[in-house]
Write a protein that binds this ligand. Sequence first.
Ligand code: SF4
Length: 428
Amino acid sequence: MSTVIPIRSEKSTGCTDVIPLIERGQREVFCGLTGIIWLHRKIQDAFFLVVGSRTCAHLIQSAAGVMIFAEPRFGTAIIDERDLAGLADVHDELDRVVNQLLNRRPDIKMLFLVGSCPSEVIKLDLSRAAERLNQIHHPAVRVLNYSGSGIETTFTQGEDACLAALVPALPAAVATAPKQLMVVGTLADVVEDQMRSLLEKMGISLCFFPPRKSHDLPAVGANTRFLLAQPFLADTARALQERKAQYLPAPFPLGLEGTTAWLQEAASEFGVSDQVFEQVTAGPRQRTEKALAVHRQMLQGKSIFFFPDSQLEIPLARFLHRELNMQLVEVGTPYLHRQHMAKELAWLPAGTRISEGQDVDLQLDRCLKDKPDMVVCGLGLANPLEAQGITTKWAIELVFTPIQGYEQAADLAGLFSRPLKRREKLAA
Ligand code: SF4
């Protein structure tokens, strides 16, 4: 099946064969440690121990904005001068910190040792440390490691590295088990609940990865079909495919059209009839269409420029162009994964300027010359651009806010229409 009519049904190859502008210069992006902020909220009994410097501790502490009297589920084991000078055995120090932590916090069931720039520079082998500590603490606590270092990862790649490290820990699905859908990528609980409800109403058996509790790790095997809920999970997808799971190619569930096509991909795979699909999605689709109309009035015809940040840029640009009639000036992405982006690229208007990687000075020059109505960028660029009279949207907000699915589509549009409205009011 798949005859349910999306918003537009024209056949277009859009930007499928696009040759992006490739830049490999200075970049202005957070490192992968940032992912800890949403990951620690999702996996409720996991702890993220960054093995890093005071800078790393400061980044996490200020980005997460945790109150000082809360018991956080992340922390930093500081590599100090004695470690750097080789005066102390870093592995011994790490064992001591981990033992202390786990003795004091019996609620922790999964511990991630997270590598950083300093741990990478001194070539600290965290996989060996995780293996050693796992032997001591498993089964009470599973110890894993991944890198969130700014040398290896940007912003959302931290989640990819974390989930890819978790894939080998997933239990093997029984060979005779019925086909199951796995939704991959961290989603806000409210979004997850809505998606579960829609897919279960269609009769699809499903699980989410990562789970909310570490003992709920979903099984994986040849009967697993997975949909990506986030566009930045290339390594995780590869690790799942190595465990025989099959990837379902779909656009990402942003906006009315993206969510419908994403659900349709699962429905097709699981043999859901058009009639059932219609019954389940007609109500939410109508509500979403109505809610988006309000924002379309403010956004249509406005131009937008994306600096590369979260890898959400291409699906967001598709949503803003096709559903809200915005004009795309440049769509920058840190990495372009052609296979995962295939359906999104086909939906972008032909000729869209897509850039991959960054050379921030050159990109700023292009942006100032183009004078877009709105720019999506990191925190470091927002203030200078606002000072030039350009309305900005912080990319990080798009990662922290629940934006996937039908019920969130209008909130997502609001994240773009509100700053423009505010500027109009200030100018009046
Ligand atoms: S990992 Fe590297 S880039 Fe990230 S906060 Fe630590 S030192 Fe800075």
